[in-house]
Design a protein around this ligand. Structure first.
Ligand code: UT7
Length: 330
């Protein structure tokens, strides 16, 4: 089997823009603090009741159109999210219903910022083994309604944005292909970035006291996550290049997960990789976790920054901890 390739992509963010100055009205923060520490200037937040599967549908329909396919051509749906519409069933099932393809298998991937890369690897394995022809891989998140939008939660609330990115992955027919994806996880550090409740390990799972203590909001040891990211990302990037016989000099464009502009600049500096070959869009979207790599990748393609034949490196790091990288011949 020749392997898999990205046949088409789509992305979508809700129309409402929330600037740093808008947040400064709601909590003690400043545009200066957010910009200096993270690079973020604004993010998109949903209005009303909008779940992750709704954002995903927009991105998926665009990806299908770009691929020249219809939903009926999809034989597996992989939905990466940390903010599913419901606790269960998974958002993959909801998206499958929205796309009108009953019977097609749908799976959720719970790997946070690395979720899209886990999806890409799974799609590649299904296609290589002949178990699927066209796989829809989506990363979609609604963070805004799950954040502590007050001074108590400001260290996390200013970081996250809502959005979705999707890729239709199918059989490679020329040199364009997913060359390799390398994935990792280390659950020893699960609690440095998590939403704790409602939790099946607690009985009861959710109480008023837990909510008053804010345990249903994301909690992060930011400095520790930052440090792990700056160590693991260069490591996995060097590893995937080495095991496929490439060096950094062969890479035309790097599309990293968008968690913090400073992390990505530091990783590029550590590797000695040219800053102008790294794609950033965190300034406009904040951190959209599982959606961030496909949104940034699709934008870079649309802007002509990624051309057919180029070697593209994707890299992600997030809660779990999870991290990984993909090498794609575009
Ligand atoms: O995608 C998932 C992976 N996530 C990440 O990769 C995030 C990694 N971590 C980070 O990006 C950074 O740690 C942050 C951007 C989250 C924070 O930056 P930092 O330089 O590590 O700041 P800090 O947490 O050490 O906080 C510094 C100060 C604190 O005040 P004191 O204790 O020095 O008086 C915070 O209370 O900044 C304060 N602070 C804020 N001030 C204004 C925290 N959040 C805010 C805020 N506005 N929003």
């Amino acid at each position: 089997m020749a392997g898999s390739t990205v046949l088409g992509m789509g992305h979508y963010v809700p129309p409402r823009t929330v600037t740093n100055d808008d947040l400064a009205v709601l909590m003690e923060t400043t545009d200066e603090w957010i910009t200096q520490r993270t690079g973020i200037k604004e993010r998109h937040w949903i209005e009303g009741d909008v779940g992750a599967s709704e954002l995903a549908e927009h991105a998926s329909r665009e990806a299908l159109a770009e691929a020249g396919l219809t939903a009926a051509d999809i034989d597996l749906v992989l939905f990466a999210t940390l903010s599913p519409d419901l606790n269960f069933p998974g958002s993959g099932c909801l998206l499958q219903a929205r796309l009108g393809i009953p019977g097609v298998p749908a799976m959720d991937i719970r790997n946070q910022c690395t979720g899209f890369l886990y999806g890409l690897k799974t799609a590649d394995a299904y296609i290589r083994s002949g178990m699927a022809r066209n796989v829809l891989v989506v990363g979609s998140e609604v963070h805004s309604t799950g954040l502590d939008i007050s001074t108590r939660g400001r260290d996390v609330a200013v970081l996250f944005g809502d959005g979705a990115g999707a890729a239709v992955v199918g059989a490679a027919s020329d040199d364009s292909r997913v060359i390799d994806t390398e994935l990792h996880a280390d659950g020893r550090f699960a609690e440095i970035l998590m939403v704790e409740v409602p939790a099946s390990r607690l009985n009861p799972r959710l109480t008023v006291e837990m909510m008053e203590a804010g345990r249903h909001y994301p909690k992060m040891d930011g400095r520790s996550v930052f440090k792990h990211a700056c160590e693991r990302l260069p490591e996995v990037i060097q590893s995937i290049l080495q095991r496929n016989g490439y060096t950094l000099a062969d890479v035309d464009v790097m599309v990293p997960h968008q968690a913090n502009l400073r992390i990505n600049e530091m990783v590029a500096r550590q590797l000695g990789f040219p800053a102008d070959k790294v794609v950033h869009n965190i300034q406009r979207y904040g951190n959209t976790t599982a959606a961030s790599i496909p949104i940034a990748l699709h934008e870079a393609v649309q802007q002509g920054r990624i051309q057919k034949g180029q070697l593209v490196l994707l890299a992600g790091f997030g809660a779990g901890l999870t991290w990984g990288a993909s090498l794609v011949r575009w």
